[in-house]
Design a protein around this ligand. Sequence first.
Ligand SMILES: [Zn+2]
Ligand SMILES: [Zn+2]
Length: 600
Amino acid sequence: MSMAAQEIRIRLSDGEARTLDFGTPEGREVYWHSTSHLMAQAVRELFPEAKLAIGPPIEDGFYYDIDIGRPFAPEDLQWIEKRMKDLARRNLPIEPLALSRAEARALFERHGDKYKLELLDGIPDDPISFYRQGEFVDMCRGPHLGNTGQIKAVKLLSTGGAYWRGDENREQLARIYGVSFPDEQQLADHIHMLEEAKRRDHRKLGRELEIFIQSEDAGQGIPLWLPRGATLRRTLERYIVDLELQLGYEHVYTPPLANVDLYKISGHWDHYRDNMYPVMKIDNEELVLRPMNCPHHIMIYKHGQHSYRDLPVRIAELGLMHRYERSGVLTGLARVRGMVLNDAHIFCIPDQIKAEFITVVEMIQRVYRDLGITEYIYTLSRRDPANKEKFAGDDAIWENAEALIVDALRDLGLAYREDVGGAAFYGPKLDIDVKSAAGKYETLSTIQVDFLLPERFDLAYIGEDNKPHRPVMIHRGVISTLERMTAFLIELHAGAFPLWLAPEQVRVLPIADRHVDYARAVAAALKARDLRVHVDDRNEKIGKKIREAQLMKTPYMLVVGDKEAETRSVAVRHRSDGDLGALPLDAFADRAAAEVSARR
Ligand SMILES: [Zn+2]
Ligand SMILES: [Zn+2]
């Protein structure tokens, strides 16, 4: 948001008034928290028997968990929203209020507010902090808006179930989600953005475009790639592996199983065990599914003798890893339990860090250009000098590494944000955060400098002085996991992939049965140019065939009938540009092949 500050006036629990900017996370939090109270007030007025539980602000709005003995219906949400607007217009002051424990208890007992009574038991304070607006009081530390009139635009978005205290053995409550803004236009923009995100949702498009499925029988968070999805993925895999080979990486294969001792040495067992699957005892070994590929690549580095002349050694793999994610956060291809990371580890002399860093950043820029990713920001995560014990390694090493990265970023002429304290415990890192279809930034690529693992695994190279020295390790991921990148690309392109990525690039549509042979000859000629082609030889009307190809977001549709068969040509339709007229078959093949190789 680039607008001027939108001032909101708030009141703290001690009565002090202050102003905040709605454009800041702190400002939005207070604003949305106050809107959740406004919703609770409206619900209490419309459903006097309602029992209120909790109503916090969240990242993009607020919710309140409420027990009315049944779910809320869509009409309920309309009434509640209307009542909220009335209450906002009345511009009720929102004031802090201290009640003694006995008064608070009496108040909740009067309403039968059993959830609030349970919450009260967990609060040691006396008196207890409340806020009042009109007739309505809610137990809360605040702060809150100074009055309801500042809530100008409200939308209740959805309703669903939630267990009290997140415990499935406790009462089922109804949760209402909503959002609010100080101005109508902002609300309209936000709703438009939500609709756009829904339209592009990779779970919906992934099913419609036959990219992947979720199978309850296979297990949660274990998506299965369909042939079209596999084609898209294989295209990405070949692209990135070829590029890495060109840039001097050596590709390896290592299995997803390993002896748990590797992760005890690396520190993952101590720091990361909650995200790992349990140990399997087999023969005399204790095996785990690996959560990261680093130790395997370290074993490969250790296998050889390395002289300073051989460095950097760049070991790359599309490495399968398994991470335990809670079932609640599993999302399509974006959050899964088994994933393949575009991983590499660069083993280098400290003097080479800067040059390697620059090469990786340039590689990321090139890959993003090819994938059509244009909006992203760089974040340099440093050590927090006031909190050194959280980070391994001494001052000189950290200062040197951070200086090298800053120097590399300056050479590249890149603007970046800094996150002090955001470094990995083993070294500083640069994250590249990409803007998603829902307008949020997520980290897709990362470059991390690591001094710790070379130490723990006792890595060495022979220096010019003929003595062993410690190399530095750079962990880097360019296209993230294939699962996550695919989810991201589906949403970024709304399923209409650039030609080079499209699972099906061309569909040939014969007008009648007698044109099927020519259609097959067209497909064969295009396949010989490495294009991905299908023939729709069903006995269907041409209009229907075009509509279906269009729905699958097929970039090119070639209609062939008598005229085309006689002149060895094709009538070309593009999914977004429409009818492009007739072209000789060879001319179309040249055009499409050029578009693929330019990755336009
Ligand atoms: Zn509150
Ligand atoms: Zn690594």
